[in-house]
Design a protein around this ligand. Structure first.
Ligand code: F6R
Length: 608
C-alpha cells in the first residue's frame, strides 16, 4: 500500500525514481510524484493524479537531480488528486517528504502548525510532516536532527524519505510500522519500501527496524535510533529472482502467478515431507512435540484471502489432527477484546507480512501472553518478525493485487502443519502416507488443470456478462466457494456471493433465476449426493449451474462442468480452487478490467 523510492548518486535520479515507482505501482496506483534536488540547492516537484505512466508523461524535459524521492499512492486521507499526491513540501519549498502509513495526531499537529503560519495545500496527513520538519530545520541543523526532532511529536505509523534542497548530499529515512529498505550500490544508494524496486540495481539491502532512521549518502549510510544512538545494520542479500518481478511474456502478473503455482507448491513442500515416518518437518515452528501435544485449540487469523486460506487450514487441522481449529478475520478479532488462552495456538496468515490488522492482532495476542505462529510469504516482514515461529511459504514475490499462488501455498503450509500435528496425535501411519502422497501429486495435478485453461476461458466469457454469481460448496467446499467469489468480485467487479450449499434453502434460494448463475463445488466425496440434490433444487428454479468436480453431473443438474483430477478428499479444496482462479481471471479479461490493479484496491493493506 503506497510505494516509496529514493536515489542518491552520480546518475540522474529521475530515471531510477520513475522505473522504481513502476515496479511498486501494485502497492497503490491512484497518484504518483517525485521530487529531485540539484547541486544548486533547488527542489523540483512533479506529481499527478493517475498512474506512474501519467507522471512520466508530465515530468518536464530538464527535470534532473542527483538526489530524489518518489511515491505512488493509495489514498487514505483525501481523494486522489494532484494536490494530495506525494511528495509534500513545506511553504518555502525546501523540504520534501514521501510517506507510507498514517499520522494519527495529524489534526492536532496541523492546528499547531497553522497557528505558527504554515499554509496547507492538501488534505493529507503527510503534509504535516513537511511543515514539521521544516520547523525544526533551522539554519545550521543537520537534516537528520530535524527529522528526529519532528518525529518526536508524531503519533502513528510511517515509512518516510525526506529531502532537503539545501542538503542535497543526503536523504533521511525513518521507519515505524511501514517498511523501509536501503539498497547498496557502487557509489550510489537506493531506498524503497519494497525490494521489488531495488533488485534490478542491487541485491545488497538493509532493512530498517521500527524506530530506526538512516542518513543515506551516495557513498554509504548510517543507521541510528530516535534518540540518536548509532546502530550497526549488516546488509543481507535478496534471493528472489529478478524475473519474478516481470510478467515473463504473460499478459498479466495474475496469469503468470496462477501458472507459477505448481513450482510454488513444490517450493513450499521442498524438504518438508518425511515419507519414512509419514509426517512433515517444519523447522521454524520453535515448538517441540511435547509443547505441540499440549495445544487444545488452534485459532487462525488473516484478512481477505488469507482468512479464507485459514478456513481451509482449520478444516485440515481438524480433520487430520482432530484438534478444534477456527479461522477468523484478524480485522475483527483485534477489535473484540478476544480471550487469549495459554493452550491455544494462534496462527497469523499473511502473504505480505505487512497487513496492519493482522499485525495488530498478533501484537494483541502477544501482549496477553499467547503464542503465535506466522504463515507468511515475505521473509523478514513485520508479521514474520513479530511471531514466535512459523512457516515461510517460499512462493516467490506476488505482484498482482489479487492473491493466487500465495493462497495455494498457504493452504499447503497448513496441510503440512496438520500432518505434523496429526502424526503426534492419532493420525495413523497409513493416513499420513496417504496425505504425503497426495501432497506430492499436487503440482502435477495443478499443471493438468492449467492445461484446460482454454475451455475455462470460454466458460468465463460466457458467464462474465451475468449480473452476479452465486458460489456454493459444502463443508470442505465452502471456503473454496468463498475464495472463488472473492477472486471474481475483486478483479471483474461482478457481484459474487458465497454460501454453504446446505444453507441455500434457508434463504438465498429466493435469488436463484436464469440471471444469477451458480458455480457449484461438487467433489466426488461423501457429500456428493447431498450436493447433487442442491443442484436439482437450483435447476428446478431455472438457475444455471457451472459445476466443478471430478465427474460431470447429469445434464439436468448442470449446464456446464469443469473436471479436475482426484486428490485425497482432505486436499481436494486446493485443486477445486484452481479453475475458480482461471474463471475470475478470464471473466475480468473478457470485461476488459485492469486485472493486476483492480479499482479501489492495493496490495498490502498497511493501514487500519
Ligand atoms: C485477495 C487479496 C486480499 C489479501 C488480504 C491479506 O486476493 O489479495 O484479500 O489476501 O489483503 O493480505 P496479506 O496476505 O498480505 O496479509
Amino acid at each position: 500500500m503506497c510505494g516509496i523510492v529514493a536515489y542518491i548518486g552520480p546518475k540522474d535520479a529521475t530515471t531510477f525514481l520513475l522505473e522504481g515507482l513502476q515496479r511498486l505501482e501494485y502497492r497503490g496506483y491512484d497518484s504518483a510524484g517525485i521530487a529531485v534536488a540539484g547541486k544548486g540547492g533547488t527542489l523540483k516537484v512533479c506529481k499527478v493524479k493517475g498512474r506512474v505512466a501519467d507522471l512520466a508523461a508530465a515530468v518536464p524535459p530538464r527535470f534532473k537531480g542527483v538526489t530524489g524521492i518518489g511515491h505512488t499512492r493509495w489514498a487514505t486521507h483525501g481523494e486522489p488528486s494532484d494536490a494530495n499526491a506525494h511528495p509534500h513540501t513545506d511553504n518555502t519549498g525546501r523540504i520534501a517528504v514521501v510517506h507510507n502509513g498514517i499520522i494519527e495526531n495529524a489534526d492536532e499537529l496541523r492546528a499547531r502548525l497553522l497557528a505558527d503560519g504554515a499554509v496547507f495545500t492538501s488534505e493529507t496527513d503527510t503534509e504535516v510532516l513537511g511543515h514539521l520538519i521544516a520547523a525544526h530545520a533551522v539554519e545550521g541543523t543537520e537534516l537528520e536532527d530535524a527529522v528526529r526532532a519532528a518525529l518526536a511529536h508524531v503519533v502513528g505509523t510511517y515509512g518516510i524519505a525526506v529531502l532537503d534542497a539545501t542538503q542535497p548530499d543526503r536523504i533521511v529515512v525513518a521507519r515505524n510500522g511501514s517498511p523501509i529498505v536501503l539498497g547498496i550500490g557502487e557509489k550510489e544508494m537506493f531506498v524503497a519500501s519494497d525490494v521489488a524496486a531495488l533488485v534490478r540495481y542491487t541485491r545488497q539491502v538493509v532493512h530498517l527496524e521500527d524506530g530506526e532512521l538512516a542518513t543515506v549518502r551516495a557513498d554509504g549510510f548510517r543507521t541510528f535510533t530516535e534518540d540518536a544512538r548509532t546502530v550497526t545494520r549488516q546488509p543481507s542479500t535478496v534471493d528472489w529472482e529478478i524475473a519474478s518481478y516481470d510478467t515473463a511474456g504473460y499478459e498479466h502478473f495474475l496469469l503468470k502467478e496462477i501458472h507459477e503455482q505448481p513450482s510454488a507448491v513444490e517450493r513450499t513442500l521442498s524438504g518438508r515431507l518425511d515419507e519414512r515416518f509419514a509426517t512433515a518437518h517444519l523447522g521454524g515452528l520453535n515448538l517441540d512435540a511435547r509443547e505441540l501435544r499440549e495445544i487444545r485449540r488452534v485459532k487462525i487469523l488473516g484478512c481477505g484471502s488469507a482468512y479464507y486460506a485459514g478456513e481451509m487450514g482449520a478444516q485440515l487441522i481438524e480433520e487430520l489432527a482432530r484438534i478444534p481449529a477456527h479461522s477468523e478475520p484478524a480485522s475483527e478479532f483485534r477489535y473484540r477484546n478476544p480471550v487469549i488462552e495459554a493452550d491455544t495456538l494462534y496462527v497469523a496468515v499473511s502473504q505480505s507480512g505487512e497487513t496492519y490488522d493482522t499485525l495488530a492482532a498478533v501484537q494483541e495476542i502477544k501482549r496477553k501472553g499467547g503464542r503465535v505462529l506466522g504463515v507468511v510469504n515475505t521473509v523478514g516482514s513485520a508479521i514474520a518478525r513479530e511471531c514466535d515461529g512459523g512457516i515461510y511459504l517460499h512462493a516467490g514475490p506476488e505482484i498482482s493485487v489479487a492473491s493466487t499462488k500465495a493462497f495455494t501455498s498457504t493452504v499447503i503450509a497448513f496441510a503440512l502443519l496438520a500432518l505434523h500435528f496429526g502424526r503426534i496425535h492419532d493420525l495413523s501411519p497409513a493416513d499420513g502416507r496417504r496425505i504425503v502422497a497426495g501432497l506430492k501429486a499436487l503440482p502435477g495435478q495443478i499443471r493438468e488443470i492449467l492445461a484446460g485453461e482454454e475451455e475455462i476461458a470460454k466458460l468465463a466469457a460466457e458467464y462474465a456478462g451475468s449480473a452476479g454469481m452465486m458460489f456454493i460448496g459444502r463443508v470442505r467446499g465452502y471456503p473454496v466457494a468463498r475464495e472463488g467469489a472473492q477472486k471474481l468480485k475483486e478483479i471483474s467487479y461482478v457481484h459474487a456471493e458465497a454460501y454453504p450449499a446446505s444453507e441455500l434453502k434457508h434463504g438465498p434460494l429466493a435469488l436463484i433465476s436464469p440471471e444469477l448463475p451458480t458455480v457449484a463445488l461438487v467433489p466426488d466425496d461423501e457429500l456428493l449426493d447431498k450436493n447433487l440434490t442442491t443442484l436439482g433444487e437450483i435447476k428446478a428454479r431455472s438457475g444455471r449451474v457451472l459445476a466443478i468436480g471430478h465427474r460431470a453431473p447429469e445434464a439436468k443438474l448442470a449446464d456446464h462442468s469443469i473436471l479436475i483430477p482426484k486428490s485425497e478428499p482432505e486436499l481436494d479444496p486446493l485443486l477445486l480452487n484452481i479453475p475458480l482462479q482461471l474463471l475470475a481471471y478470464h471473466a475480468a479479461v473478457a470485461l476488459e478490467r485492469d486485472v493486476d490493479k483492480p479499482r479501489n484496491l492495493a496490495k498490502s493493506v498497511t493501514v487500519e
